[in-house]
Structures are given as C-alpha cells and as structure tokens.
Design a binder for this molecule. Sequence first.
Ligand code: SF4
Length: 165
Amino acid sequence: MRYNKIRKMDIANGPGIRVSIFMQGCAFHCKNCFNPETWSFKAGKEFNDEIIDKILKLCDNEFIEGLSILGGEPMHPNNIEGTTRLSKRFKEKFPNKTIWVWSGFLFDEYIKDKEVAKYIDVIVDGQFVDELKNPNLQWKGSANQRVIDVKESLKTDQVVLWEEK
Ligand code: SF4
C-alpha cells in the first residue's frame, strides 16, 4: 500500500496538535472531493514499517495529542491492513493519546467488526456529499457524515456520537 503525505504538526484534523497521515488510494470518487490527488492507488510513496517508526517518533512529544489518519481511504481493502498495523503500534506505545480516522465507509456497516476498530478513538464516517456541504461543521465536510465515539459505540453496540470532553 501507499501513502500521500505526513504532516508533522496538524491543527486542522482533530483536537489539539496532531501528527497526520494521508493514505493513498480511494475508490469512492466523491464529487468535489477535497483531496483528489489521493485517489490513485499507484501514486504517493510506499507505506512500510519504517514509515510507522517515523510516525511514532514524530508522536513521541508531549505536545502531540494524537494521530489522525485520513486519505484517500484508510479503510479500503488495499489499505486497511497498514492502517491496522499503524494503529496497533501507536496504541501500544501511546495508550493515552488518541487516534482519529476519516473514512468513506460506514462505521456500523463495515468498520466496527474489523480489528482496527479496537484501536481507534474517533471515526468520522461517510462519503463526502457535495449537496450537503457545510463549512461550519466541525471535523467533517458534509452533514451526512458522523463524528463517532468508537470506544463508547463498541461498548454499547450502537452508534454513539463523539462529544468534546
Ligand atoms: S471518500 Fe474522501 S478521499 Fe475518497 S473521494 Fe470521498 S472525499 Fe475524497
């Protein structure tokens, strides 16, 4: 699998100062996607254990609140194994920092039963729908998308929306 870019300090994707990685490859092709350069599965750079080590090193700083994983599509069958490996290693090293993920796949239909769900704190799910676009929404681009508290959702077996604590 491949990734598009890493941001060492990101204040736009999730709370606090975060490290973020944009995975490469997305098959949804939403109209007016914010990141069409991430659609191709062949572009970008190789994602491997060295990249995971690099990300963990960047996160090993008290100012970094967590890791954000975007795309592209981190949960596409081509990418989910790497997203899982990264998330698992991150949580082993930083159990008190958070992982936020953005995915076009729906949490309750596709993601909740996957191993990766165990490591994620918040997932913003659903494809971007241009007709429902609203720049005032927090952490999401269109009104159909949901900001989901994954731990609470798995505990209660229902979709629980995230609330700032
Ligand atoms: S799911 Fe995300 S990355 Fe993929 S086309 Fe839609 S907005 Fe773009």
